[in-house]
Write a protein that binds this ligand. Structure first.
Ligand SMILES: O=C(O)CCC(=O)C(=O)O
Length: 276
């Protein structure tokens, strides 16, 4: 499915949609994984807009505790698609992240993912998958081409209620632009979604999640994978990376290939993940 056209669009825009890319069996597997994680009282659930009527849930990096997500990462075609899209026969898992919004869930603030991740390089992408059909305004939105531009600071997840452009680190990066204040100035793209569609995006492409309407549910997972040219790059101290990976900085120097048990290899499939 990753045709030369798809790769060209991805390289130019930093985002591309593949229609009907996932068989319903894979979506069922994801749904079972989400049910397991949501039903686990010990599993940390981050709340955006905590305590307000716009509250929604974020769940970070659950593959390790969820057999359904493990099977999805190793067995579904997503890692194969990544290998072609990124032009890297080797693919590693960086993370997974659920965004679960019920009716009237708030907007996911505009941001780039790269400032939160301890890495540099170009062979990295996120695959965004919604289990629910969505109109374009409730989908994840992207600003085309921004993966080729500035690297901004992140937003501060604990202060999105106040101002979703407040900086995460503080001074090392330029602050996020206020895209919502002047949407027409930006080349924003999003799509009506049918479950099975997958959006591939570069993590430096500016993106933000549409709020949900009064009747909507939006259960979306982002699966993040990388290839050969990605190296370890520490982030400014004082703020955690997403996900938290204690010990990583003790084992890797800036510029080392990003190899760690935190990031299992998905392709080629390791022998212990293959059927006997
Ligand atoms: O689905 C959302 O609202 C946010 C997703 C996101 O930020 C991401 O995929 O990196």
């Amino acid at each position: 499915m990753i045709t030369p056209d798809v790769r060209e669009t991805y390289a130019r825009d930093g985002v591309v949609i593949l229609r009907e890319a996932l068989h319903p069996e894979w979506l069922l597997l994801l749904q079972l994984g989400l049910d397991r994680v949501m039903g686990d009282a010990g599993q940390r659930k981050h709340l955006f807009y905590d305590g307000t009527d716009r509250e929604f849930i974020e769940l970070v990096r659950n593959t390790d505790i969820c057999p359904e997500l493990q099977r999805f990462m190793f067995d579904s075609p997503i890692a194969d698609m990544m290998a072609v899209l990124l032009n890297s026969p080797d693919i590693w898992l960086y993370s997974d992240e659920w965004f679960v919004k019920g009716p009237n869930g708030g907007r996911t603030p505009w941001h780039q993912d790269m400032p939160y991740w301890p890495m540099e390089g170009s062979m990295v992408a996120s695959a965004w998958i919604s289990l629910d059909p969505l109109p374009a305004e409730e989908c994840l939105e992207y600003v085309r081409g921004t993966h080729r531009g500035a690297r901004y600071d992140g937003f501060d997840p604990r202060r999105v209620n106040e101002d979703p452009t407040l900086p995460y680190f503080g001074s090392e990066y330029p602050p996020l632009p206020d895209i919502e204040a002047d949407r027409s100035a930006w080349d924003i793209v999003s799509w009506d979604i049918t479950p099975g569609d997958v959006i591939f995006a570069h993590p430096a492409t500016l993106h933000g999640g549409g709020p949900t309407g009064p009747q909507s549910t939006r259960r979306a997972i982002t699966v993040r994978m990388y290839g050969d040219d990605i190296v370890y790059a520490p982030r400014p101290p004082g703020k955690p990376t997403v996900p938290l990976t204690p010990g990583l900085s003790l084992n890797l120097q800036h510029g080392d290939p990003l190899r760690s048990p935190w990031y299992p290899r998905l392709r080629p499939v390791p022998p212990w993940q293959q059927a006997d």
